[in-house]
Every structure is written in C-alpha cells, then in structure tokens.
Ligand binder design. Structure first.
Ligand code: KPL
Length: 304
C-alpha cells in the first residue's frame, strides 16, 4: 500500500518510519528543495525508541509539485498550515483519495471536508509522544495510541477501510465510529495544558503539582465544559479537570508543544485550540473570559 506523508515534524517522521517498518511504500512530501537537500544529506529518518535503541529508514522523498498521484495521505503539519498543505498537492489527489488529518486542534477538519468532497477525509487523535532532536531525527517520548475515524459525512466507516497494516511496531491504532468525540477530548485537554504551560513557563506536571496552577486548570476546564454542553458535545463521563490532571501527570516531564513553540518564538496552534473554543462560544452567545485571556496572553507573549 502506498502512503504519502505531508509534514515532517515529529509525528510525521514517526509515522513514516513505522509504516516503512511495516513494509509499506511510504513517500515523504517535503516543502522545498532545501528541505529535500537536508533530508538526503541526513540519509533519511533516524528513530530513537524509548529504550534509546536506534533504527533508520529512508522513505522516498518528493516535492509537492511532483506529478505522481496521491491515493492515501497523512497530513501531519501544524493545524494552521493545513490549507497551504492541501493547496500544494491538490492537483495530485485522485478521486476517492483517503486523507488522514493527524494534528492537534479543530476547525481544519471541516475546512478540508468542504474543500475536498471527492475524498474520504479522516480525523486522527494521538497520545503518542515524540520530538525532533534535529531535522528527521525523531525520539520517542511516550507510547500512546492513535484513534482514527471517518469525518466525511456521507459514508460509513465500514465502506471505506483505510487499510492500515494490521501490525505496526511502536504504534497502536484503533478505528472509531465517533472521531469527533476523540477530537473534542484531545482539544479540551490541549486547551487547558498548552496555553497554561506556555504562559506559566512550566512542564506539564506542574499544572497538577502546584496548587495555584491547579486552580487555573479548574477555571479553564469549567469554561470548556460549558461550551461542550451547550453544543451537546459529550466530553468525559467524569470531569474534564480530572483528565487534564491525569495527562499532566503522565507527561509530567514534557514541555507541551505550545510551550516549545513560544520558547522558540514560533507560531502557535492557539487559533485552532483555544481559538476554536472561542469561536464556538461566540456562536452560542456564551462568555468564556479565561479562555479569551489565555488567547490574548499567548499572542502578546509571542510579540513581546
Ligand atoms: O498534546 C500535547 C501537546 O503538548 O501538544 C500534550 C498532551 C499536552 C502533551 O504535552
């Protein structure tokens, strides 16, 4: 089976490497000649697992303007780059292509479904932890799972199997009929952990261990729960804050992705995480002052 992967960040490199190990035909799409040059000079992908064992793979790399058709595509870019990613390869997508959006945030899914009605668009939510130590060198920080489900409204999951390999070393994958529940859960957790860790300049674990930080988690969680309820969107059976504390403890030593982005003065995913929550609250006429404050503070921090 042939897979294209667009977005050579940590998760894109992790998936490319694991699909290659599962004997799939993987093509990485790199954004420009310079990136392609670095990839060749680096001799492909270098993976370090949780026991510090190293392995290597060298999937074929392409540029977006290549002519070869795309039938199965993982988009693993940051949420805010989704539109550019789609625009760069749109001419290569065959009818009925499968596109898997494996990203943080929400808002981009609907955009892609609307723009590509002739494709099967899937959403994916992952709890895997991975980071790049340098371009194309990925280190596994935590072993989680990836849940994938069809987003395109008009087909049933069983009609269009994604045909992922049954066994993939280092990746655990489940299919679901209700991906929006999983995307919302991930969004809600990210909307609490990511901006707070970035603003308080702390590792994830501090949100649970420092009492003053716990209070902030409680406030944002209550606002998110109110929005979800107004949309009749279930989250967890018990409280959101319980799950946020649990993820913060499980990933205690990690710096969240937004913390890393802010530290390196990179664009953050705030518009697709807390910004998405804010847009939903505006639609419902609800007030979410703390969420709004988090968005403004992250934007201010980046411009300071
Ligand atoms: O997904 C994450 C992120 O950093 O984006 C969490 C779950 C917060 C782990 O760091």
């Amino acid at each position: 089976m042939q897979w294209h992967i667009l977005g050579a960040g940590a998760i894109g490199c992790l998936w490319a490497h694991c699909l290659i190990k599962a004997k799939q035909d993987v093509r990485i799409i790199l954004r420009n000649e310079a990136h392609l040059h670095t990839y060749k000079a680096t001799s492909g992908l270098h993976y370090t697992d949780m026991d510090a064992r190293k392995s290597h793979s060298f999937p074929q790399a392409e540029l977006p303007n290549d002519a070869a058709p795309i039938t199965r595509l993982f988009i693993t870019t940051k949420a805010f780059s989704t539109q550019d990613a789609i625009d760069s390869i749109r001419h290569r997508l065959v009818d009925n292509a499968h596109i898997v959006l494996l990203q943080n945030g929400m808002g981009q899914h609907e955009q892609v479904c609307n723009q590509l009605p002739h494709c099967h668009v899937w959403g994916a939510s992952s709890t895997d932890g991975a980071y790049l130590t340098s371009p194309f060198h990925v280190t596994r920080a935590g072993k989680g799972e990836t849940i994938i489900g069809l987003l395109s409204q008009y087909n049933r999951l069983s009609d269009f199997p994604l045909l992922l390999p049954e066994k993939m070393d280092d990746l655990t994958v489940h299919l679901t009929q209700n991906i929006s529940l999983h995307l919302w859960r991930k969004l809600a957790i990210n909307a609490a952990i990511n901006p707070l860790t970035a603003l308080l300049d702390c590792r994830n674990g501090a949100l649970s261990s420092v009492p003053a930080y716990r209070q902030k988690v409680s406030i944002i969680c209550k606002e998110i729960e109110a929005i979800a309820e107004s949309l009749h969107q279930p989250l967890f059976e018990d409280s959101l804050e319980k799950h946020v504390f649990s993820v913060a403890e499980l990933t205690a030593n990690n710096f969240s992705s937004m913390h890393q982005d802010v530290t390196h003065k990179r664009k953050t995913e705030i518009d697709y995480i807390n910004g998405f929550i804010q847009a939903q609250s505006a639609l419902k006429g609800l007030d979410t002052p703390f969420n709004k404050q988090l968005i403004t503070s992250i934007q201010a921090k980046l411009h300071s």
